[in-house]
Write a protein that binds this ligand. Structure first.
Ligand SMILES: [Zn+2]
Length: 419
């Protein structure tokens, strides 16, 4: 186990970190000529030193392999990043060629040959060392181009977390969350070197630790991947027993329900539109209409197990109340369905879809580009519904999560992910 993974394990064990930093495995910068170094003086902080040399704190930390900016010692020699790239990876202070080889997922012999030096050669801090382009050989560190992985330490059931990955070059990443394929998107800025995905967490998952696996295809080689762990914490949800009368039971015949489920899941699985919104979502009906059934309530049908949960948020509102678009997007479905009645589905990009069921009237058309506040239909009780209400559902990569998180916190923005 390499030091990064040990460090991560300790962070998990101590429960200290709200987000985890998989170190900066390489700074992506090197010194063209003699690298500048600085010896830490009494009273210095990394922040002060970064300001003094006019370099970003994160770059300074990355160039020196520092994961905790509060831990620097007087007398410690720091590499000051900022020169033009010489095509090499700068050595960390005190690092041997062997250690650098492990850090970059290659061997000391290979580095020695490439750089015309002995494996025992001492490196000076910041010395650029040429790395083989396909340096992915070592199991522990073959994550070379991935410089930072950020994940929440925990996600509450029914909530949505975010994964952010930075790499030293644009990388075609894949990722799964407990086996669910994630729709990785480029961040609005970052030249393809910053990417993100959501971690939609079903209300009935866990509690417990679940894996996030991140990988990429190395050129002409096998898939390279790393697995991380995120703890799913218990959410506070009610339970309800639902007795289906004989007459209505017949309506849940798969022949009646299945075609529209398949149609909807096929829509929800697409995550190829770019992020279309950045602000928190607005409510789809005005504030005077209260929640009548929140997202996440566990449901038992006819005395069976609590194997399902309310996938959306219900607002009590009379027939004819206008339903509005909560965030920018594109209408991808607007038609009557057997169970859900008159329905509208909006694609907000990045794998996020909102849906509106049981409408009395639809006023949106498929393909229509919609803006926040646009009317999309009227409240009703069409389909399998016992009274007028709006059922509002938010799905990410097909997983139903609590839509109110998007109203209250504005989960969509990239800003904040890179901190
Ligand atoms: Zn509902």
């Amino acid at each position: 186990m390499n030091i990064w993974r040990k460090l991560l394990a300790n962070i998990f064990l101590a429960g200290l970190a709200a987000s985890l930093l998989l170190g900066a495995l390489e700074s992506g910068r090197a010194q063209a000529q003699t690298p500048s170094t600085y010896t830490v003086q009494p009273g210095d902080t990394l922040f002060v030193i970064a300001n003094r040399f006019g370099v970003p704190l994160a770059d300074l930390a990355a160039a020196n392999g520092i994961t905790d900016v509060n831990l620097i010692d007087v007398g410690q020699v720091l590499v000051i990043p900022g020169g033009e790239s010489a095509g090499g990876v700068p050595a960390w202070p005190g690092e041997t060629l062997g250690e650098l080889a492990i850090r970059m997922g290659t061997s000391a012999e290979q580095l020695a040959a490439l750089n015309q030096m002995e494996t025992s050669t001492r490196l000076f801090p910041g010395q650029p060392v040429q790395i083989p382009p396909d340096a992915t050989g070592d199991t522990a560190l073959r994550f070379g181009p991935v410089t930072a992985v950020r994940l929440p330490s925990q996600i509450v059931q029914g909530r949505t977390g975010r994964l952010a990955v930075e790499s030293s070059r644009p990388l075609s990443l894949t990722a799964t969350w407990n086996g669910l394929p994630l729709g990785i998107q480029p961040a609005p800025e970052g030249d393809g070197r910053k990417q993100f995905a959501f971690l939609p967490t079903p209300a009935l998952l866990g509690p417990g630790p679940f894996p996030v696996e991140i990988g990429y295809q190395a050129a002409g080689r096998e898939s390279i991947s790393q697995t991380f762990s995120v703890f799913v914490a218990p959410g506070v949800y009610d339970s309800e027993l639902i007795e289906l009368p004989d007459g209505k039971g017949g309506l849940l015949d798969p022949a009646f329900t299945q075609p529209e489920i398949e149609k909807l899941y096929a829509l929800w699985a697409v995550a190829d539109e770019p992020l279309a919104w950045s602000l928190p979502f607005s409510r789809p009906v005005s504030l005077e209409y209260p929640t009548t059934s929140p997202y996440g309530t566990r449901r038992s049908y006819n005395g069976g197990p609590y194997a399902s949960f309310h996938a959306g948020q219900d607002y009590g509102a009379p027939e004819g109340v206008t339903v509005t678009v909560p965030g920018d997007g594109i209408v991808v479905l607007a038609e009557p369905l057997n169970v859900r009645g008159n329905s509208v589905v909006i694609d907000h990009g990045a794998g996020v879809f909102t849906s509106y069921w049981h409408l009395s009237k639809i006023s949106a058309t498929p393909g229509q580009v919609v803006k926040v506040g646009d009317p999309l239909g009227l409240v009703g009780t069409s389909g399998l519904s016992t009274g007028n209400h709006l059922h509002w559902e938010l799905r990410i990569y097909g997983v139903a999560v609590d839509p109110l998180q998007f109203v209250e916190e504005g989960v969509g923005a990239w800003s904040g992910l890179s901190e």
